[in-house]
Design a protein around this ligand. Sequence first.
Ligand SMILES: [Zn+2]
Length: 81
Amino acid sequence: MREPNCLSRVHRLMDVTVELHCDKCGSANLSLPVDGDEQATIECNDCGERHGTLAELRSELLACAMEHSAQALRSGLDRLP
Ligand SMILES: [Zn+2]
């Protein structure tokens, strides 16, 4: 079973190494806000691509997780008689 792309990002984010990869160049060399500043922008150190703020990333991942839960619930309901 293939997972939605955003979920693989969730897994990467929750991985102990917390590896995010640049969508543009694939580099894992991203600058994350060190003090957890929600409005700080995440940027790629290699190509300079911006990846939004920490708050945006967080809400994107949360929305994805909730969508996935809803899908799992629906497919579970479909199996009921
Ligand atoms: Zn990059």
